[in-house]
Write a new protein. Structure first.
Lengths: 406, 406, 406, 406
């Protein structure tokens, strides 16, 4: 094995907003010998994961699993339901919303990109009212789909999916509704069926705690119907053949067997903890993280407290400070990886991931690493952030204890 | 973990023609903790695998690594260099050649499907002279690409790639040359640059001994140039952005980190054994396998000894015997998986994989399992195949010993 | 990791009579993170393995688990129940019986070593009538213990434990009865309680399919009572403190946590297959192996068909042939490890292990490797052994099928 | 696998003073398939670890590796060099010194147990002057060995080994010098040869970062000579046969192959980081931990700053607080294991391990868990300990940066 030992001794803290740290149970499950993807054991595995994953998306309808990164699942979502030249309404919430829009262009679609002006768009969530207005104006129903990102991994802002659903309904518009939950699934409350989402796109390496390599399309009956007439060319991504083959637990082409072992284990872990408990843990960690950031006297990227992300926190640097230099100090001295500023935010902030297999003490370590690194980088902080974070966490624990005792 | 213990005690023999058994070294490498795909350690890994994989393809030019199965890499090869409505010349050698052709249709291309009539096409290799004739007739150069499968996984027939190259040259035709080496790479002699191939498609789960999940396009400068003007929509598969990002060892979107660990290990193993030695081992195992089949008095699917596959052997059943019933006996009694007959061959033959991490004794076990299973299924065999196989292997070993002693 | 790649490509066949190949499930279980050996999770693990292991020994009484090889468990058995200068009756069945006797001397005991003359003793089992005679003569009950080896790993001879029990009873002698089952437990029928054994010694790396590192004393109430007055110094090996601590699932000193994970998995696998089925599988493999040896025209070391070992087969070389040279050829050319001749048998035979995670096809591979190696070493064989072995195995499978169908 | 999921989600923090967390590299190395312990690959492994481990003990003389816990290595040290009834001088520093003394009694030796009165002895290190006085008084040289514990795992006190060596020399006494480094090796500066230690006892599961299961005796020529005439019975523990067999890299009985893989990896990791750097890291973490404890206003168990342990810190509870109740809160709420008070300290303190694969951020997480747990348990703390610890660590990092830049 190539030696990859660039950092100091001891456990590395992978606190980027994904890939999130893969739990030992999952790494072990993934390393079981590959089996025949046409044999009876594989069928049992296939049926089990295809059934289990529906519970995570909160859907009764098919979830298609791709051997691909989340980017592939974006493409799949678009090309299964749209035709060349179709207009899609997208909303600029950050780097990933922008990339998805760029992909739509690459595929020959015509995206309209709504958004707040300048950097504002990257510090707030989707504005449902703007979508409603635009749809109302589209009396000819030229817009075929509305696409939003549930949790912007580049900013730490989560959008209100149900509000967008209501906006579409209020406008009485027939557009399909597509939501990217790549970094929110199994971290943030999400309800594919209840919120009337037509295609939910997701990935493996965030809340599902898997290595990257598989991704998802949860597909509503309406989306499935739309795919019958959509004419964007597609083969690898085609839902129809996959869903047909999935009925018996198999795939039309060779699936990622070892990642499906891992997925099986992840589903067991998440349902074992309880999906709602998993979400509550993310919410708690997010709040603790923000309390530390505020104690430091630094600004949180997300400006709207209603849509703070439970997945990651964007920390703005004071003027003149290069966020990447801070990240480098932290990486080299404290053996921790943080997320860099992307796109418009490059160098202006860093991102703390607190998702997936993260718990209270891992977050405390993370905050300590940030705090020491900020100090070493010469940034003067208002006060230590740890006491604020600990006090919140201990308080939450006390409440949990009181509830358990009651 | 879901219990997947349908078979009897002891090690399972996974003797399908891929996924091939993943060596322990590779499974361990794959289970290392996922790292930051934007950090310095990842860059070192990326540069190492991107450099190493070129040696396996015998190319100096870029090899694009996809998070996808081989089917995805087929699509990538087509959509990067072709435009809607383009004619491509394909050759029917079996099930996978047929699937590739079907994909071309799905993508809006116009495949012409050459081939020998009926079942003949599935028992012989690509007929280079037929390709030459067709290209000579295409004076208007409507044909934009010639696509062949190097080793037909469904039949156990390997085609002569260099001969097809010569045919294209003899016809003086400018078509791009695409070769699927999904099941031949690192099993059969292959030379991307020397044979003037424009796009070589390959996968992870055969000669590279990895789990499924990544796949490849080796790309010639001519193909890269063609991609500038090709208009099939593409985003996930687009070479340009990936090759640009690969220059520093990174990917434009989240790569399959853990499978890249595995790939690094596989490249080390293959180059450590010596790529030519690896090929020679496959050739030896193929011959040993066929000697056993002949001793049994059964027919080998491949009719042309010049293109016997070193990767797998298709074994024809006597009339009236259901090959899948034989496979079931072998699976249930002897804990071994064999490949089923696909497409036109369904139920008429089974396929013995002898690829990847296979060695002499593993093949002997495999042949013993087949022989006992055939007997239990009531097929009367001419004689035991093991002595014939062993005698060949021992003779080869003796030769190797003599050479080593000399 | 130090590179340990001395052998050719592909899976190594570890066909020594122990350590036996460790199944993937067990290797994975063993590699889970070490936990606090004083925490609640460890207690659950401890109680589970201490309970499960009793089923493998077929006892209701305590089984003590040592962090030590089987040699340590030999010492534990002796020093817990004996006092300096005590006479013990041992029986020479081979190398390991001889080593145990040497250990008794080292510990200050007085072993009497019964046995058949010369090499005869190494080709037959324990002669119960000789033990009975000797005990009858010991009217003063100077002999404190009778010690035998159930399966002689150095010879491939299994002794009749129940017969020795009957011999002790027939002589009306109060000696304690100690049996070494290091290489027989979970391979050969064994019944600690029913056969009135006082201390059963065993190890991890044979039928239990674990790596070496833990070993066992199953202890009868009579043995436990004897330990109260025995005066050989002991501390690490002392039963009393361990059994007391085990009541809650813990150990008085740090236990081998990761091997206990592995033991838990092994017990699940063995009881899942069914202990009797495991034994029947070993019996079948032993017979198949011997049929091949006879077909080759070579001699089986064990002369008494009543006590053939289901665990391993000792294969005698023709005069003038160096067995270790044959083993070397097989190791280097066929990537298989066989057991060497030990003690009196050095160079005169080799040992084929067919124990633990072994199944039909693994044995076939093993026999093929032996056959080809013997030929390469210049030994002329009567005929191929594979057909004989396969015919037996296929017949057994057919019977199993008939039974299943009935 | 038995489900062992008693604690909340996310990574468990195993902050007991051993077993310490096993790094992923070591767990992976340990899970490689077991090989033939008599084959050439094993010999290479054996020679490599036997050579490498000497560097960790800083000795040129043999280091014997046992398949046993550290308790077994204690017994080995005593029984190889002593005879029944021999007097040994031991020093009470805590629970483990007391257990070793009890073992000496069990083995029929006559330990004299020096020490400071009452609880004082458990809060200070070995008093070299008391040993010197006692040896001077022993004009008849009845005392055959002096035995001390280098780092008392039960108290967090490290003793001055060199001072005891000087005391023995000053007294001109020929007693052998035995040192238990079970929890200090590869954590605290240690020099077997330079300090004239005759037998250094150690274990795997602390500074070596391995799972429990192997242990060590580093043996001086003087000790080896003494073993020739020592008469305590011994077999499993006998140095002679092992050292003889080790010369070629093998063992007289089955060694713990998989733990030797792990040991090989651990030696590579420790020497890769640099043994002195490893020790410096432990010293830094110890100081950071104590600064937090002082900030809390709690007492450190060790009263003598000259012998603070870099391995663990004993934290005294205020009167009336049950330390085990605090530990329980921390375990259940924060998924962290701490060491309990042992023997005389039961319930009065807990122990924070900061050894082995521990780094700055892991310690910060640990301190945060302690701090929150103490608060939840109702203990009022003077102030948060994290700022004090972080300020020290950041200062150390700054110094390291300055040094690196210079």
């Amino acid at each position: 094995m190539l030696k990859l030992d660039f950092h100091p001794a001891g456990r590395h803290f992978l606190q980027i907003p994904g890939p999130s740290p893969v739990p030992d149970r999952i790494l072990r499950a993934m390393s079981y010998p590959t089996i025949d993807h046409r044999g009876p054991e594989f069928g049992a595995l296939g049926r089990s994961v295809l059934d289990g994953i529906k519970k995570i998306f909160k859907t009764q309808h098919p979830v298609v699993i791709y051997g691909a990164s989340g980017t592939g699942a974006w493409e799949a979502a678009l090309c299964n339901i749209l035709s060349p030249g179709d207009t899609v309404l997208m909303f600029e919430t950050g780097h990933f919303a922008t990339l998805w829009k760029k992909m739509a262009e690459n595929l020959g679609l015509k995206p309209e990109f709504l958004g707040l002006p300048g950097i504002e768009g990257w510090r707030n969530g989707v504005q449902a009212h703007m979508i409603e207005e635009r749809l109302r104006a589209d009396t000819g129903h030229k817009i075929k789909a509305v696409c939003i990102v549930h949790n912007e991994t580049s900013t730490g802002v989560t959008s209100d999916v149900a509000a967008v659903r209501r906006a579409i309904d209020a406008a009485g518009h027939p557009a399909l509704f597509l939501v990217d939950t790549i970094s929110s699934l199994a971290c943030v409350d999400y309800r594919h069926d209840e919120w009337g989402v037509d295609v939910t796109v997701s990935g493996s390496q965030k809340g599902l705690m898997l290595p990257p390599g598989i991704s998802f399309n949860a597909v509503s009956p309406k989306a499935l119907a739309a795919s019958e007439s959509a004419t964007l060319p597609r083969s690898y991504w085609g839902w129809k053949e996959i869903i047909e083959s999935n009925k018996t637990g198999y795939w039309p082409y060779t699936p990622n067997t070892n990642l499906l072992y891992a997925l099986q284990e992840a589903i067991e872990m998440i349902l074992g903890e309880g999906l709602d408990n998993v979400v509550a843990r993310h919410v708690r960690l997010g709040e603790a993280c923000r309390r530390a950031v505020r104690a430091w006297g630094l600004e949180i990227q997300c400006l709207d407290p209603a849509v703070y992300s439970p997945v990651l926190t964007g920390v703005m640097m004071p003027d003149g400070v290069d966020a990447d230099a801070v990240r480098k100090v932290i990486y080299e001295r404290f053996n921790m990886s943080l997320g860099m500023g992307l796109g418009k935010m490059k160098g202006r902030m860093f991102r703390i991931g607190h998702l997936g297999d993260c718990n209270d003490l891992t977050l405390m370590a993370t905050l300590a690493g940030c705090e020491m690194g900020l100090q070493l980088a010469g940034i003067s902080l208002a006060e230590s952030g740890l006491p604020a974070a600990m006090s919140f966490i201990a308080g939450e624990s006390e409440l949990a204890g009181l509830r358990a005792a009651a």
